[in-house]
Ligand binder design. Structure first.
Ligand SMILES: [Zn+2]
Length: 366
């Protein structure tokens, strides 16, 4: 049994512009690097490149995947949204929702991104792989069924869970979202469902501005099965591990899932431009070690990580490499070039104690 790595170069071609120089992009015309949004291909492509250089890729079961089917997408998104997205994509691109521009063929690339997560989950729940990582782009955790936002055009993880459930797998799922922004899309999709426990650990008041509060616990049959952990800016390595140990892991143990999916963003890193947290590559390594152990304890190791945000083109590759080392157990390492700098920049002992007190206070409200 091995760790799968699902990726496709074409996911790096998702872009918000319509032209490469004077050529309309699409087909075989690759977009240029320069785009207006921070969600560019570089952080993701550089992760894959780093894995190739260190040899980590050689220790993984590297695969591509087909596009998610319309049937897959319709389990989460209404036909009216898919039709409008497809029409605009065919017409050369455009923008729907909030901060979600796409170029010609963007519908197919988003379907491919979702397809990578669908294939990763399918391979894990069917016993083909022990665990898996999907380098999905565009990301998915902000996307509502009929309203894309925050760079997310399709709800990749929900689409994959629903596809697995349609096959009779994944009856009880935990989605742990450690992207630094609130997983508002995943929350909305599963807000009234008791079979999918959604846990979002995020910087409070970052994005979206008006969601992600601790009081939002789900509704109806789903009451108690949505959990938000809003952290104060400046939370660092020990704070994140404290959240894992005192809130996330006990919640997972009580829920007893048969699959764990992580919305794996790296924008809680200390040098991310879109947040103000102090996580390091080692933080992601340690969180992955913990969630992998939880998966082994509760669901025969069934664990899928789907790539979400992370906007430091320099640091995301090292955070992702540490994550994949922990996930796979590979001994191919990429030593963190910022380790010493970021160790010094961690919160002071006094502030760290305050942060942990705030986390304990959150835990007491659950
Ligand atoms: Zn994010």
């Amino acid at each position: 049994m091995s760790t799968g790595f699902f990726w496709d170069e074409q996911c790096f071609w998702h872009a918000g512009g319509n032209y490469a120089s004077t050529l309309p992009i699409g087909g075989l015309v690759q977009p240029l690097n320069a785009t207006g949004l921070p969600e560019t291909q570089e952080a993701k492509r550089r992760l894959k490149n780093l894995m190739d250089v260190t040899g980590l890729s050689d220790d993984l079961d590297v695969r591509r995947a087909p596009l998610a089917t319309r049937e897959d997408l319709l389990r989460v998104h209404p036909a009216s949204y898919l039709d409008e997205f497809k029409r605009m994509s065919d017409a050369g691109g455009g923008e729907l929702g909030r901060r979600t521009p796409f170029a010609a063929g963007g519908y197919e690339i988003a379907s491919l991104s979702a397809g990578l997560v669908v294939a990763a989950v399918d391979a894990v729940v069917s016993g083909d792989l022990e665990n898996a990582y999907a380098l999905s782009r565009p990301p998915g955790h902000h996307c509502l069924p009929d309203y894309p936002n925050g760079f997310c055009l399709l709800a990749n993880i929900a689409i994959a869970i629903e596809a697995a459930q349609a096959k009779g797998f994944a009856k009880r799922v935990v989605v742990l979202d450690w992207d630094v922004h609130h997983g508002n899309g995943t929350e909305a999709i599963y807000y009234d469902r008791p079979d999918v426990l959604t846990i979002s650990v995020h910087q409070e008041g970052n994005y979206p501005l008006d969601t992600g509060g601790i009081a939002d616990r789900g509704k109806g049959d789903g009451s108690g099965y949505n959990l938000n952990v809003p952290l104060i800016a400046g939370t660092g390595h020990t704070g994140y591990l404290h959240v894992m140990d005192t809130i996330v892991l006990p919640q997972i143990a009580a829920f007893k899932p048969d699959l764990i999916v992580v919305a794996c963003g790296y924008d809680a890193s200390a040098i991310d431009p879109l947040a103000r947290m102090l996580a390091t590559a080692d933080t992601f390594r340690k969180m992955t070690e913990r969630i992998k152990a939880a998966a082994q304890e509760h669901c025969d190791g069934r664990l899928v990580l789907a790539h979400e945000g992370g906007y430091s083109e320099v640091y995301v590759p090292f955070c992702g490499h540490a994550t994949l080392e922990a996930l796979s157990g590979s001994d191919k390492t990429a030593p963190d070039p910022l380790a010493e700098t970021l160790r010094v920049r961690q919160p002071s002992a006094r502030f760290d104690a305050f942060i942990r007190g705030e986390i304990d206070h959150l835990a007491s409200q659950l």
